[in-house]
Design a protein around this ligand. Structure first.
Ligand code: FES
Length: 155
């Protein structure tokens, strides 16, 4: 092999070794590329104000002692009722008391562990699900928890 041919082979090899790194430099996978607008990089800035706005506010509707004495708590406007979950007494379940059939106020029946509508006898479970019609839609629910000695509900 003559000298000229040998040098041209080395030149091609050197160019070929530079090709992969120059291609990577043009790709978007470069982490230092700040012009990228992936959803993950945008989400912290956008989600912070939304999460603050979406945070539920809780209000007290009575004491834990009253809940345990009566078996249920009803808000002063009679629109929210809270009971302990019959399947797990450490959890609270809160529902909107307006019957989803025609809007009468449902009442908690401790002996049956369910809400009963006085107008047309619809029955709802503690979690608001329909047990018996004529209502077909569950009662709306709220988050409920105990804070100190108070039962608080998101509303
Ligand atoms: Fe409740 Fe009709 S209003 S069952």
């Amino acid at each position: 092999m003559d000298r000229r041919k040998l040098l041209s082979w080395f030149g091609l090899g050197w160019l070929a070794s530079l090709l992969p790194s120059s291609l990577l430099g043009c790709s978007d996978s470069n982490p230092s590329n700040t012009s990228s607008s992936s959803p993950a990089s945008d989400s912290p800035a956008k989600s912070a104000p939304e999460s603050v706005a979406a945070a539920p506010s809780f209000k007290s509707i009575g004491t834990v002692a009253q809940l345990d004495k009566d078996g249920s708590l009803v808000s002063s406007d009679k629109k929210i009722a809270v009971v302990r979950d019959p399947k797990d007494k450490t959890k609270l379940l809160a529902v909107n008391t307006a019957c989803t059939h025609k809007g009468c106020t449902v009442l908690w029946k401790s002996d049956k562990k369910q809400y009963v509508c006085p107008c047309h006898d619809a029955e709802f479970a503690a979690n608001g699900s329909v047990i018996a019609g004529p209502a077909k839609t569950p009662l709306p629910t709220y988050a409920a928890k105990i804070e100190k000695d108070q039962v608080v509900v998101s509303a």
